[in-house]
Design a protein around this ligand. Sequence first.
Ligand code: AHR
Length: 665
Amino acid sequence: MHVVNYPFARGRAGYGARVITVIAAVMLVAVTMQAQDIKQAPGGKKISPDLFGLFFEDINYAADGGLYAEMVQNRSFEYSPSDRQEWHPFSCWQYITPGYSYGSVNVETNAPVHPNNPHYVVLNIEHVGDSVAGGVGLRNRGFSGMPVKAGEQYNFSVFAKSVSRAPLTIAVSLQNNKGKVLAQRNISITNGEWKQYTASLVPAEDNDSASLVILATTKGRLALDMVSLFPEKTFKNRPNGLRADLAQLLADIHPKFIRFPGGCLSHGDGLGNMYRWKNTIGPVEQRVEQKNLWGYHQTAGLGYFEYFRFCEDIGAKPLPVLPAAVSCQNSGGTWRIGGTGQQALDMGQMPDYVQEVLDLIEWANGPATSAWGAKRAAAGHPAPFNLEYVGIGNEDKITPEFEQRFRMIYEAVKAKYPNITVIGTVGPFPSGEDFTKGWSLAAALDVPVVDEHYYSQPEWFISNQYRYDAYKRNATKVYVGEYASWGNKVKNAMAEAAYMTALERNGDVVAMASYAPLLAKKGFTQWNPDMIYFSNTRACPTVNYYVQQLFSTNQGDTYFENVLVKDPADSVLAGSCVQDSKTGDLILKVVNAGPTAKSVKIKLARFKKIKRDATCTILTGDADAANTFEQPKAVIPVQLDFKAEKEFAYAASPMSLTVIRIKTK
Ligand code: AHR
């Protein structure tokens, strides 16, 4: 039997019985709660120590143009009509010939920097006019303008070669949208072979819509590729790093894990679009770029190494999700016609594919002397990443092709790496054919955890709070990998909060949970609602973000029943009590997702010692209130001092989440 790596006893069980018993169980739970309210449960139960984490997917420009701090758009001239019909290798670039200069520009593919990165640009500089402002070159405005700050450093780099074999000079500048130069450096391109050149630019003034200009000021032919500009101040100053403000917002959640890179992005739009982790490691100029099925382009600059490094930087466990050798059932836009576009790798390709999955584990955890561990070490990380979880598949259609391939991958991982917890998948919905088939497969194979997904109205979350009370305790565990109520208003966030207390109550069955989607760029969203909205210069965490943050920063590893006593029939009033064994702190959460104030009794007599000086954090607002770019702090948590007693009544305001943290030592 597979043993999961947190203290749960488990065995095998089918899901079928669960479905049948759900309604009866809900009624039973209500009755039991009433009875339990009278007699206190003697002790606590162990719950998952990794309950609340994050799910990152490159949707809504979350990676390129978002969290990934690269400021140049289409830096490697790899945009193509397969990304978006109107895109091509020269998209986002402007050919410029200021100061009465002339020449020409071509996109070429004969002798690229690397075969994985086939397109590059060749400038033919025939005449440089004005000796001060003249030149033949390129302008890139980034992702709708590059925001720069006076006095801060921006690191420019480019792969270049002098095709005409004579040294050429390029002037690299940051300019405002009137052409005023904010910072400039000259670079001499001396080599006839590809070579990376770098320069740092320090603008003299702030500008939110700057552009990067490269002007060749010597006659000749010049090839350019991988034109890059990063702020020096990325998150933790990492090279090829992350946008500091967005990464910090994620770090501030203190997630126990991060699932990446998707979502539908993982299994891709057709087999050729599956996210293959090996394409996303190593030098950025050698990574394989591809279309993003959400309607744009993936540079893979934010690749597996960067995901793992970010997890480590913020103390979150990495949870990579690999395709189960089948593509998304919506491949080729088949969701429109309700058909299945799922494609499966040929069985002849499966041995290599299974090896690819095993190689990831060696890359993450193997010694630096192993074949794949050496690649991690070469990227600057000789120590292992301590990978514990691997997701196989993302809400796939549970077809015979899927089952066959999932089984092969799962068995191989289990045999070679028995300590890795494999997370399976049970379709896109909280019930239905794929859900049932997925659960049956998990039971048959004794899969330790499966990934459930649901997006619904706030009322669904309120009325489904007892969903997991009815699940078998010693069977496959649940990862709620994607969930959200449809909206960013206080009433949505409070429905999620109420539901999250139920996830804590069921933390012996629910191993992990993550809200989805995480990030969305204003004006570039394919999916709403999301947890954090951002522009090039600002971020707007939603009320849902603060709910996630309050739960995540107040996790425990033991759950106590019957500490909060309330009318069990009142479904908009919910609560939980957990203890964090490291600090000894007791953490009470009270959610009132209704329109009137409610009182709840708190009984702490079972705990020998509690300290009177406690803290109380409250998140509350009108049901329809929300955070916006105009009012980003309309609804944020407020922390107050609180005096705890062994027994007290707490009055929860309408539409509120309260977290009371009490010291026991
Ligand atoms: O979170 C957005 C999408 O929702 C994910 O890509 C997919 O898994 C789900 O359908």
